[in-house]
Design a protein around this ligand. Structure first.
Ligand SMILES: [Zn+2]
Length: 278
């Protein structure tokens, strides 16, 4: 029948133009991207930028082992890439950088030659945070007005704040701590922010876990999402991670969802973003 055919056509047209699901259009500030040397060939810089843009990532905090990876991306997309200086020149320095005598000269050299918004992501645990290299990294961050992106336990975070009470610290993976412990840390430190990279229990199945919801409600300005591309293959997960994040963010009130999706990241790095004029 002509009329039912028309109904079907109309239904198809409506489906094609249906408004996006809530939060489907959220821009994403991805606070945890690495572009390390073993990714440069399989995901060339132009492809890396294309992956981020296709995922609807409007800004990405990027660090690389070594730093040339980050510089290549910044050169291609200065509006998108917020460069962070990682204290690793190659994969494998994650556990040795705190005692490596060649490390501080490397950081100082890079800081002289390039502009950054952060130092990190670096790994440090417990009393190692009192070692001279770590103290120097904190001092350099202070001197250059940079955020510290720290993959650390709560003890090390406390020590970093003892080196500089005014430090701005982005706690990678929220320390892989339970939400109650994360809230305690956020109460103690006003200049502590948390990324949710490489964890999923806060938003499984498009719903937000109640304990995490309490954390987001208490500290709506301190959380951000991140993929963590710690291996080259993870680059192909960036789009999926953005969609997955939008799914659980959709269950939150829109203003809170926007904060976690991108506003908190833009706010933390606002001064540097303004300088870049984007
Ligand atoms: Zn990482």
């Amino acid at each position: 029948m002509r009329s039912s055919a028309m109904t079907l056509a109309l239904a198809a047209a409506l489906a094609a133009t249906a408004p996006p699901a809530p939060a489907a259009d959220l821009p994403v500030f991805d606070a945890h991207i690495h572009y390390s040397h073993d990714a440069w060939e399989s995901v060339p810089p132009a492809d890396a930028v294309a992956i981020l843009r296709k995922a609807g990532v409007t800004r990405a905090l990027v660090s690389s082992s070594g730093d040339d990876g980050t510089q290549r991306l910044v050169a291609l997309a200065p509006d998108l890439i917020l460069p962070s200086l990682r204290p690793y020149r190659t994969r494998g320095e994650l556990g040795t950088w705190v005692r490596d005598e060649t490390l501080v000269p490397y950081l100082e050299d890079r800081l002289r030659r390039f502009r950054y918004v952060a130092i990190g992501e670096f790994h440090v645990y417990g009393a190692d945070a009192d070692l001279p290299n770590v103290r120097r990294a904190v001092a350099l961050a202070k001197e250059h007005g940079l955020v510290l992106h720290a993959h650390a336990d709560a003890d090390a975070i406390e020590r970093l704040f003892r080196h500089d009470a005014q430090a701005r610290i982005l706690w990678a993976h929220s320390g892989f701590e339970r939400p109650e412990a994360v809230r305690e840390m956020l109460r103690r430190h006003r200049t502590l922010w948390c990324d949710l990279a490489f964890r999923s229990e806060h938003g499984t199945g498009g719903a937000v876990d109640p304990a995490w919801r309490a954390a987001f409600d208490e500290f709506p300005d301190r959380f951000m999402v991140g993929t963590d591309t710690f291996t080259p293959e993870r680059w192909h997960y960036i789009g999926e991670h953005a969609s997955w994040s939008r799914a659980w963010l959709a269950s939150l009130p829109r203003p809170l969802a926007e904060r976690i999706a991108w506003r908190n990241g833009d706010a933390l790095f606002g001064a540097e973003i303004a300088k870049r004029g984007s």
